[in-house]
Design a protein around this ligand. Sequence first.
Ligand SMILES: *Cc1c(COP(=O)(O)O)cnc(C)c1O
Length: 388
Amino acid sequence: MDTSDSPAQLAAATLAVTAGRPERTQGAPVNPPVVLSSTYVSTREPGPELLYARYATETWSPLEEAVAALEGAELPGLVFSSGMAAVDAALRLAAPGTAIVVPRHAYLATLTAAREQAEREGSVVREVDIADTAAVAAALAPADGVPAGLLWIESPTNPMLEVADIPALVAAARLAGARTVVDNTFATPLAQRPLAHGADVVVHSATKYLAGHSDVLLGVAVTDDPDLRARLHARRTTGGAVAGPWEAWLALRGLRTLALRVDRSQASALELAGRLAADPRVVQVVHPGLPSHPQHTRAAALMTGFGSVLTLRPVGGATAADALTEAVRLWVPATSLGGVESTLERRRRLAAEAPTVPTDLLRLSVGIEDVADLWADLDQALDVATGR
Ligand SMILES: *Cc1c(COP(=O)(O)O)cnc(C)c1O
C-alpha cells in the first residue's frame, strides 16, 4: 500500500492484508522476496543500510511492519526466532535487583525464564492472580526494599483463561515505576491492543495465531519506546536468537489471513463453549465469552473478541480427560494452539504445569474447521470418555 496513508486509519483485517507490502512501482512484486544472504556488500562506514543478517534483514522487515501496524505501533516490531526468544529479551528489560511481577498462571517457559533471570540477577519473582487488580497493585509495591521492575501480563492466561484489567494494571505499574509487558499471543491484536492501553511492550509467539498454520516457530516484540526497542534489538543481536528468512516469510504469508482465521475460530469457540456448558458429561467449561466466566464483563468491555481457547473438565476426572484425547478423530491431541487445526491436551500431563490447574483440565484450541464437525467429534469422544 501507499505508505503515505496513515495505517492507523485502517481496520486490523485490512492491515493484516496490506501492511508490509513492497512499494508499488511498475513491475514490483506484490509480495516481499525471500532474501537468502548472511551478509551485504559494504565498503565504507555502514549507515542505515543492511550489513549483516543477524542485525536486520529485508525478509524480516515486512513482518515487523505488519505486526507493528496490527498492534497500533509506529515503530517496526522485532522478529525473533521463537516466542520464547522475544519473551526472554522482554524479561531482560527488568533491572537487576527488582521484582518481576508475573501471573501465577502463565506460559510455563515464561515463568521458568523469569525465575532463572531472577536467580541470576538477584531479582525476585512475585506470582499473582493477574485477574485480581488489587492483588497485582499490592505485588507492585516495594517489599523488603525491593521495588517492582517489570509487570508481566498474559491475558487471557494460559491455561486458566483469567482476564486482566490491562488499563488498570498499566496505571498501577506506572505508579510503581515498573514497565509493563503484555504477552498478547492468546488474544491476538484483533481482540486486544495493549499498547493503546499504555503497555510498554507487546510480545507474541507468532508460532500461534499470527503465523497460524503450526508450521513455523517465531516470535515478535513490539514497542513504541525507542529506548526499549533499542534494548530489545541489542538483545536480539547479541543473544543471536534470530529468525530464518523462510520462517519470517511463512509467518507473513500466514498473517495475511489472520482476521478470517480468528473470526472463524472465535465464533466456533463461543458456540462450542455454549454447547459444552449445557452438557451433563461436562463438569466445567471456561471461556471468556461465557457469562459464567468470572471476568466476562471485563472481557466484553476491554476486548473485541474472546479468543479461541477454552477449557473443559469432563465427568470422570483425569482418566476421562486422557480417554477423550485418545477418542477424538478430528481434533488433534497435541500441545500448542492458534493453528488452523483444532487441538486439545490435558495440561497436567506435563509435570511442570502449575499444581493449581485441575488435573482433569483439557485445553482446547479451536481451529477453522466446520463447527458442526468439531462438535460431532467432541460429542462422540465425550460419550467414549465418560461412558454416557
Ligand atoms: C507458545 C507461547 C509462548 C512461547 O512461544 P514459542 O514460539 O513456542 O517459543 C509464549 N507465550 C505464550 C502465551 C505462548 O502460547
